[in-house]
Structures are given as structure tokens and as C-alpha cells.
Design a protein around this ligand. Structure first.
Ligand SMILES: [Zn+2]
Ligand SMILES: [Zn+2]
Length: 103
């Protein structure tokens, strides 16, 4: 990924007068000869997989209505209007049942 040296926007690959260039979609800045190709013409691609599956929702003592497991993951969601009460969500640790409760 290349970023524009002028406005820091993402540079998009483009072809200008038969040449491969990188063009800034924001300010139109052109950069020539910075494509990530090796001399053999093979594109080098490194894929980094970042594990983001960690469950950060707190575990609370709230029994599951389905399987009666005593603990569940709890989180809240605020609806669009600030005057409305937030919706409380629970997800069972055991059977993965998810339900919501209103205050
Ligand atoms: Zn730019
Ligand atoms: Zn359950």
C-alpha cells in the first residue's frame, strides 16, 4: 500500500501514457515506478493475518433462559436517540444463545 506524500491519501494503481503509475484519488498526485513488482515481474504479496477473535465482552452472572447456564457475555447498544434506554444484550457462554433485555 502506498500513500500520497502530499495529502496522505491511498495511492491507486493507474496507467498514464502506457506507464504504470500510482495516482492519488484525492489530490491527483502521480508517482511513477513505485509498484511492488520484482525484477522478474512477479508481484510479491505478503498477507498478515491478525487475530481479532478475542472476546472482550465481560462475563456476568446472568443465567441463560435457554439452557440455564449461570453466566453470559454482556454488552449494551445505545439506540439512535439518547433519550431512549440502551438495549442490553446477553450471549450464553455455553449454548451461544443471544438475547436482549430492555431496562
Ligand atoms: Zn494526494
Ligand atoms: Zn445457554
Amino acid at each position: 500500500m502506498m500513500f500520497c506524500p502530499k495529502c496522505k491519501s491511498i495511492m491507486m494503481p493507474s496507467v498514464q501514457a502506457g506507464k504504470r503509475v500510482l495516482k492519488c484519488a484525492n489530490c491527483g498526485f502521480l508517482q511513477v515506478g513505485e509498484m511492488s513488482f520484482t525484477s522478474s515481474g512477479t508481484k510479491v504479496k505478503e498477507v498478515t493475518v491478525i487475530e481479532t477473535e478475542t472476546d472482550v465482552r465481560p462475563l456476568v452472572d446472568h443465567p441463560c433462559p435457554k439452557c440455564k447456564h449461570p453466566q453470559s457475555r454482556h454488552w449494551t447498544l445505545q439506540t439512535r436517540s439518547a433519550d431512549e434506554p440502551e438495549t442490553r444484550f446477553y450471549a450464553c457462554e455455553k449454548c451461544k444463545h443471544t438475547w436482549r433485555e430492555y431496562k
